[in-house]
Design a binder for this molecule. Sequence first.
Ligand SMILES: [Zn+2]
Length: 410
Amino acid sequence: MKRHFVFPVFILFSFFLFFGGSAAPDAPGPKYVFLFIGDGMGLAHVSLTEAYLAAKDGVHGSGNVSFTSFPVVGLVTTHSANRLVTCSSAAATALATGHKTNNNMLGVAPDSVTRYTALTYPLHKAGYRIGIATSVSIDHATPGGFYAQSVSRNRYYDIGSQAAGTGFEFFAGGGFIYPAGRTGDQPDIYAQLADAGYRIVRGPEGAAELSSGAGKAVLVQHEGKDNHSLPYAIDRGDDDLTLSQITRAAIRVLDNPRGFFAMIEGGKIDWAGHGNDAATIIHEVVDFSDAIAIAVEFYRRHPDETLILVTADHETGGLALGRDGSYSLLPTAYDEQSRSIDAAGKDRDALREAVREIDKKAHVAWTTGGHTGIMVPLYAIGAGSERFAGKLDNTDIPNRILAIMHQEWR
Ligand SMILES: [Zn+2]
């Protein structure tokens, strides 16, 4: 009786020694990695959106965006080298290179000399295809952190003109803020990209054209549209490129047997946060969630080889759900608003005043038009996702991605 019991236990114990968790050095690790960054997306932004979705369904409580049900949740500290409240470029540097720098610097150390390498470079050298996509401009701080180095995040031309030399397979977003430099007399970034073998396509039709085996591609808004960003989801027209279209195109361009790394940013959650514009944030978070749902479809086809991470670079606005001593939250009050404050043109000031009144009805408040220093959530699913549980620093994220992919900084 005893012998029959001991032997299976020994087998079981040996099994755990060999295969005990995917943190073991020989675990295969993910081949396809998605890093979704909701710029400025704090827990309150996600919670407000989910409360809104539930209320729209007539449910008192919390609805579901695509990523909050992921099995692994972490909390991420976001301070920069010189401030407890980070900006997006210092945060992007941390998320891409694993190093802290000062606010406003991108991929460069506080000494302004030492350069930091983004994880995209060692991954590209190892044969992974690389995609960098955003709903703002490709030369903005968050996407820039994954391919460029500049002493100032405001040097948009300096940042954008580094794209062509990377050899990375996919760039997408609104466009470039200064394609020919601030004075218009620098070598054109689109021409540099074309010379480097990139196919440049525009708008939803361009996104649909990109197929697997597309080589290297750049996907931006139609000419004549705003090249600083895609429109907010709340303001969108039929001919506007969307983050979901970008995500589908990214997967088609990047998918290959060796694997890929894609950073996809929902960049305007932050912009609406700066404007304390909650209705616009709700639509942006839903839009970001829709893009992530496309990656989840991919994950379901390759569950053992795909990792999806969803996090933020910092919180924007000091968004609070509850105010003035009232135990209420009425998110459907935002249905009164049908466009963003930023898109209201000459009615901007009037709409801002109206939105402050809607905030009171919704019992929502703000502490700042800037960023805050609170930890941000991280949601993870798939191969290696357990390495992202618990309390993390933003610099841990690229280090852990490389570690589970068995790659080194080089
Ligand atoms: Zn911001």
